[in-house]
Design a protein around this ligand. Structure first.
Ligand code: UT7
Length: 336
């Protein structure tokens, strides 16, 4: 099938002043040395009360401006978030209203840290099979809402931010390479757990009926609890595996790829994947030092920062690779 697309515009937003590692030692038994050597993170941006939708709006506005289109030309808005402000209206509808994208239909996706690449793949399928010309994809996350700031094993890792992409059908080109691969392992669901809503205590229940979530061994309330080493093992295996899958599907070798933009969780995961794939570490984009783990927003933030710094050029072949809650994983190969 002949199909051409273009990443027409990108945008990103990081809130507030950044918070340095040392600040955590003021109330936790931790240190800049531990955090930076174990994760590669030096600082992260944390919302100073800004809602997730507002961060998403900043990133989306920048992407639409960079694409040079009118918001009314957008046919679909897909948002990935694990940290929305409302259960309804969904975040994509809030953005539709704020942008004036009156011709777009909207939906949200929650696939935790794998969310952006899933949205990208869904967008691609709409572009291939419908008359939609432009899709706006926004990943907006406020991990500070989910993190337990008394848990040193997780709170130092996460940051807030948003990234966005306008993905469009390209009427001029003949064909553009694209491949994607996704997987999931629900057996490992307990490795990253955060509660959404506890079961209801409604008027039609016996008063003495216990109300508790028992699905996982370590219920963590609304805060995220992570078994770090379990996720680490998963990520160091599944990330290179997913990259190899899309390379095989595209019939390309890793040397033909210009850059891999992985989900930003831990520099050691990225370096281990680079080693296993046999690529120089410079090809594995890492912005962890300055932003930490922003869940599904991490890939589009990195993409935008690389594009705006002029480090990614038109025609380059990129791989985005994600992994996280679920547990889920995947990768996609596209052209910038
Ligand atoms: O986006 C979702 C995907 N998430 C990930 O990909 C995260 C994957 N996992 C990781 O990146 C790493 O497992 C962590 C960064 C979370 C942890 O690093 P680690 O090298 O696996 O450390 P560990 O969990 O084995 O802990 C080693 C020690 C423990 O102390 P003991 O039991 O050996 O005395 C921890 O309590 O380090 C301790 N520790 C800390 N010490 C100082 C854990 N967190 C901290 C901390 N400061 N912040």
């Amino acid at each position: 099938m002949n199909f051409a697309y273009k990443i027409l515009g990108t945008g990103s937003y990081l809130p507030g002043p950044s918070v340095e590692n040392e600040r955590f030692s003021e109330f936790l038994d931790t240190s800049d040395e531990w955090i930076s050597t174990r994760t590669g993170i030096s600082r992260r941006h944390l919302s100073q009360g800004e809602p997730t939708w507002k961060m998403g709006l900043h990133a989306a506005t920048a992407a639409v401006e960079a694409a040079g289109i009118d918001a009314r030309e957008i046919g679909l808005i897909i948002v990935s978030t694990l940290t929305p402000d409302y259960t309804t209206p969904i975040l994509s509808c809030i953005l539709q209203k704020e942008l004036g994208a009156v011709n777009a239909f909207c939906f949200d996706v929650n696939e935790a840290c794998t969310g952006f690449i899933q949205c990208f793949d869904i967008a691609m399928r709409y572009l291939m099979t419908s008359d939609i010309r432009h899709v706006l994809i926004v990943s907006a996350e406020s991990l500070s809402k989910l993190v337990d700031y008394s848990d040193r094993r997780s709170c130092v890792l996460f940051g807030d931010g948003a990234g966005a992409v306008v993905l469009s059908r390209d009427l001029k080109s003949e064909n553009t390479p694209y491949e994607a691969f996704f997987g999931a392992d629900g057996e490992l669901g307990g490795a990253i757990v955060g509660e959404a809503f506890p079961p209801a205590r409604h008027p039609f229940m016996p008063e003495d009926m216990p109300v508790e979530l028992t699905r996982f061994d370590h219920p963590s309330g609304r805060h995220i609890a992570m078994q770090g080493q379990e996720v680490y093992r998963f990520a160091t295996t599944k990330m290179p595996f997913s990259v190899e899958k899309v390379l095989a599907r595209a019939n390309l070798s890793v040397d033909q790829i210009d850059r891999i933009i992985p989900h930003q969780a831990n520099d050691r995961i990225l370096q281990s994947a680079a080693k296993r794939l046999g690529i120089p570490s410079e090809k594995m984009v890492s912005h962890l030092r300055d932003m930490g783990n922003t869940s599904s927003a991490s890939i589009p933030i990195c993409l935008d920062q690389e594009v705006r710094a002029g480090r990614i050029k038109r025609g380059e072949k990129l791989i985005f690779a994600g992994f996280g809650g679920g547990l889920t994983y995947g990768a996609l190969l596209c052209e910038y």
